[in-house]
Write a protein that binds this ligand. Structure first.
Ligand SMILES: C[S@@+](CC[C@H](N)C(=O)[O-])C[C@H]1O[C@@H](n2cnc3c(N)ncnc32)[C@H](O)[C@@H]1O
Length: 273
């Protein structure tokens, strides 16, 4: 079959898992051939010699297995990152968290940042790319995540400014920081996940029986460590309980933000130090 015919044929198998089946088959073909979209458009009438491999990938994708895990790649903030199973796939709304952090950190000389729950490394790596004088400590409880984040830091040439540590929240972190940033697990343990998300690691998603337990513990630890700023992503229904919870803390300001779909999605706290 030609490449064009393969796309048409295999897209049918993906019509129930994605609203862009043709595009996804194209992406899988490009992954197998290690080529780009321009090449594909110029060569779509060529014979495709890796149909067996493609059929296997399409079959797996038809089970809702995420495309990003199949091609081991995801785009974030316009950059390519490696992704691997057992580490969360980057979500576009996390770009807003990076943006908020950047706007504060760019005003601080030689800023020091700690990230809790580094995952694939997207937040720390992007901030290191955007801020040439920043130094970062990035922690996770998942060793696969730490190894992947380190690989992404090497690929983006920022490894010398990020120290990776295995730590439960800030328990193993030493030193002083201007900011703590985190996209922690914040989903309630009994929440029924969509099929595709079930392939992602549960310790990256579930934050406790209510969901905001880790966020609340992090607020305590950042306040105790006298870190001036805490920026976090959170669940769409956690603004009210967190506003209530924060009344017990001495904050100069608390600003919540919404994601691209207008759901409450995170906050910036400035503690009174
Ligand atoms: C929602 S993912 C975020 C990953 C990445 N920062 C991103 O935005 O794509 C949460 C991460 O927190 C890590 N994590 C979960 N509990 C933790 C804890 N108690 N201490 C440190 N990291 C934790 C998970 O392993 C996971 O990598």
């Amino acid at each position: 079959m030609t490449i064009k015919a393969c796309i048409k044929h295999y897209a049918k198998e993906l019509k129930d898992v994605t609203h862009i089946p043709n595009k996804e088959v194209e992406i899988l073909i490009l992954h197998l051939l290690q080529q780009n979209v321009i090449w594909l458009h110029l060569n779509s009438h060529e014979e495709f010699n890796q149909e067996n491999e493609l059929a296997k990938l399409v079959k797996k994708r038809a089970t809702h297995f995420p495309l990003e895990y199949l091609i081991e790649k995801a785009s974030f903030y316009g950059e390519n990152f490696i992704v691997k199973q057992n580490v969360l796939i980057p979500r576009p709304e996390t770009e807003l968290l990076v943006e908020n952090a950047f706007n504060i950190l760019k005003e601080i000389q030689n800023p020091k940042l700690v990230e809790v729950g580094v995952g694939s490394g997207i937040i720390s790596v992007m901030l290191a790319k955007l801020l040439p004088t920043i130094n970062i400590v990035a922690v996770d409880i998942n060793e696969d995540a730490l190894a992947l984040a380190e690989q992404n830091a090497i690929n983006h040439d920022v490894k010398d400014r990020i120290k990776f540590i295995k730590s439960d929240l800030l328990s193993k972190v030493q030193g002083e920081f201007d900011m703590c940033i985190s996209n922690p697990p914040y989903i309630a343990d009994d929440y029924k996940l969509p099929t595709n998300v079930k392939f992602e690691p549960s310790n990256a998603l579930f934050g406790g029986s209510i969901g905001d337990e880790l966020l609340k513990e992090l607020i305590i630890q950042v306040d105790q460590r006298k870190i001036p700023y805490l920026l976090c992503e959170m669940g769409y229904d956690q603004k009210k309980p967190l506003e209530e919870y924060l009344k017990a803390f001495s904050c100069e300001s608390v600003d919540f933000y919404q994601d691209y779909e207008k759901f409450d999605r995170g906050f910036t706290i400035k503690f009174k130090i």
